[in-house]
Design a protein around this ligand. Structure first.
Ligand code: GLC
Length: 637
């Protein structure tokens, strides 16, 4: 029996006794208790600042739930917990490669996804993010991000049992299943919201409601608008509630009130449900928005990180194979906090989207210039060595030009003018440009114009530009060479262009993000075999990148990427100082040949340069430079 004097700090005797008695019949309870002692300080320190009164009560409720979830976790998943514990860096290894898709658009149903596992393996995929598939509200559901029931599956996709089955199939093929946990809001039709509308006070307290405009108006002073076009403002009037309710996104997505401990308990329970269904990574959707504070933009508040730490500690006790991925599409200065800074170092999300890398990639390709990217990426604080970035080129969302004014000014640009240039360039308004994107959510108040479009359409393949394929591959080479888990957006591996009929589907007409969320038919997949087709060229290129990456230890995510001084404004150098020796990534972001001085390789400690990506030797030109072809990427070791 463990005493409360175990390393890890004092766990109150009453809590321990309650948990022990709850698990009296559970044969492997000792492991749970060991983990509880180990992670209790993180749990307590996460809860305490957010729920200062009644932490004991809250902890008791949570630990009993946790004990039940542990007792109900199937043996195969408990075994996975042990395996991951023996290899805690499994997700940082260079063989990791991700793919993200809507189950229906990729393969019809959950069973259809299982049928396409071989296709995913052919590409090199080890991580599959299926877009929201828990049962959403009917009609427009923001692509499933308005959940009506967290414990049910969209009926056209399958059942909860199908989900468990798919998770098992994927696991058997070496692919981890990633699902969204939408934890900032629920659908207006979710039972909590229904109960609130029916007048139940305890459920009304799950939401932020206001009898009049006084507080909403005060909050609005500092709040941005996420969907200024189709959902202006951050509050919606609800007739049944007879109140204004906080709705950061659409009026049918009600923000939940995380200052209410009942809300925390509900989501902890949902997390355990997903983990026990076989989900290996949860994507914490819109996590930046969880905590509201008057006078701020209500994003990135300190409480968000404390809440994440407490949730993560709970999963480490119950289901440590589960990873957290933060979806925080925020400015560079706020981003690293989601992987843990200060007291939260190593205690919050294991993964986070590298939004800045994605934005800078498209910025470099448009400008043919790496100076702004070098400055911005070079000044990001390092991520904890136990975490990994999700590096990506496109996703299901639009691209917002998250270019910091200070970074722009440091390289002599106006942030505002550069953002305007990028919008013009990618919507095809720039003279000579080959991009074919669509403007999403133009905001006259700020001048922001975000962009929708597939990689192929943004890179010029749709327009027939001679460099289109090379641009797509260069962008992915940078994502694959950064060190983290590169994730391909479904359809991009087949160079699929924008869907011109995106508005025709019911509920989609107002949201042009659907233009880059293609359906993949067998005929589309077959195009990968044709080397003359951009689909075949991009597929082969990505496959080769994944294969090369898997054999290069220097790309392990535990090592950070640095940006050494630029030798040429058209070439982004990315240096990774791995214990085995340095790896220098060189990325020519222009349509011309570009030099990199040979002597700088020696200076960086690379004596006999070898391009590990192409698996070939590298030689200087007669002028003492290494010459890079248009849009060429090398990974020199
Ligand atoms: C995230 C999703 C986006 C969705 C929003 C609201 O940002 O990526 O598609 O609209 O959250 O859930």
């Amino acid at each position: 029996m463990l005493s409360s004097q175990q390393p890890g700090g004092a766990l109150e005797a009453t809590l321990l006794a309650a948990v022990e008695s709850r698990l009296a019949d559970c044969p492997d309870r000792e492991l749970f208790l060991l983990r509880l002692h180990r992670w209790w300080p993180d749990l307590r320190d996460g809860l305490a600042p957010v729920y200062p009164s009644g932490v004991e009560d809250l902890a008791l409720r949570l630990l009993l739930l946790a004990a039940d979830a542990y007792a109900g976790r199937e043996a195969e998943l408990k075994r996975l917990d042990l395996i991951r514990g023996l290899e805690p860096d499994w997700f940082q290894q260079p063989a990791m490669m991700g793919y993200a898709a809507y189950a229906d658009r990729f393969a019809g149903t959950l069973a259809g996804v299982a049928d396409r596992v071989d296709y995913l393996r052919e590409l090199g995929v080890t991580y599959l993010h299926l877009m929201p598939l828990l049962r959403p509200r009917e009609g427009d559901s923001d692509g499933g991000y308005a959940v009506a029931d967290y414990r049910d599956i969209r009926p056209d996709l399958g059942t909860v049992e199908d989900l468990r089955e798919l998770a098992r199939t994927l696991r058997g093929a070496g692919i981890s299943l990633v699902l969204d946990l939408v934890l900032n809001h629920v659908a207006r039709e979710h039972p909590w919201a229904q109960a609130a509308r029916a007048g139940e006070a305890s459920y009304r307290a799950y939401f932020h409601t206001f009898a009049d405009r006084e507080l909403p108006d005060a909050y609005e002073q500092a709040l941005p608008e996420v969907f200024p076009d189709f959902a202006p403002g951050n509050f919606s009037w609800d007739d049944e509630l007879r109140a204004w309710v906080w709705t950061t996104f659409n009026d049918f997505q009600w923000d939940v009130n995380w200052s209410n401990p009942d809300v925390f308990v509900e989501y902890a329970d949902i997390l355990f449900f997903l983990a026990n269904a076989g989900v290996e990574v949860v994507r914490l959707d819109a996590i930046a928005f969880l905590w509201k504070r008057l006078g701020t933009d209500c994003q990135n508040q300190a409480e968000v990180h404390a809440i994440t730490q407490a949730l993560h500690a709970l999963t480490r006790i119950v289901c440590p194979a589960l990873l957290f991925k933060a979806e925080a599409i925020v400015g560079p200065a706020d981003l690293v906090h989601y992987l843990g800074q200060g007291p939260h170092y190593g205690k919050v999300s294991d993964l986070a989207y590298h939004n800045s890398l994605m934005v800078q990639t498209w910025s470099m390709l448009a400008a043919g210039d790496a100076r702004l990217a070098a400055h911005a990426l070079g000044h990001l604080p390092p991520a904890p060595s136990t975490t990994a970035w999700i590096s990506y080129v496109r996703g299901h969302d639009d691209i917002g030009w998250a270019i910091d004014d200070g970074d722009a000014a440091a390289v002599g640009l106006s942030g505002h003018a550069h953002r305007a240039f990028l919008s013009d360039y990618y919507c095809g308004r720039f003279p000579g440009g080959a991009a074919r994107g669509l403007v999403f959510q133009a905001n006259p108040a700020t001048g922001d114009r975000r962009i929708s479009g597939t990689s192929a359409s943004l890179a010029g393949i749709e327009a027939g530009d001679a460099h289109g394929v090379a641009r797509v591959l260069l962008a992915h080479a940078l994502a694959f060479g950064w060190g983290g888990i590169p994730v391909i957006w479904s359809g991009d591996e087949l160079a699929m262009v924008n869907d011109p009929h995106w508005a025709a589907e019911p509920g989609h007409a107002g949201d042009n993000r659907w233009t880059h969320r293609p359906r993949l038919t067998e005929a589309d997949l077959a195009r990968r075999a044709d080397p003359a087709d951009p689909a075949g060229q991009v597929f082969a290129g990505l496959r080769a990148l994944a294969r090369a990456r898997a054999r290069i230890p220097h790309l392990d995510a535990s090592v950070g990427s640095e940006i050494p001084p630029l030798a040429d404004p058209g070439v982004l150098p990315v240096l990774r100082r791995h214990p085995l020796g340095p790896l220098l990534g060189l990325y020519n972001v222009t349509a011309g040949w570009r030099p990199f001085p040979w002597w700088r390789l020696a200076e960086l400690g690379i004596a006999e340069p070898w391009d590990a990506r192409a698996d070939t030797g590298v030689k200087p030109g007669e002028d003492g430079n290494l010459w890079l072809a248009p849009y060429q990427a090398c990974w020199i070791v």
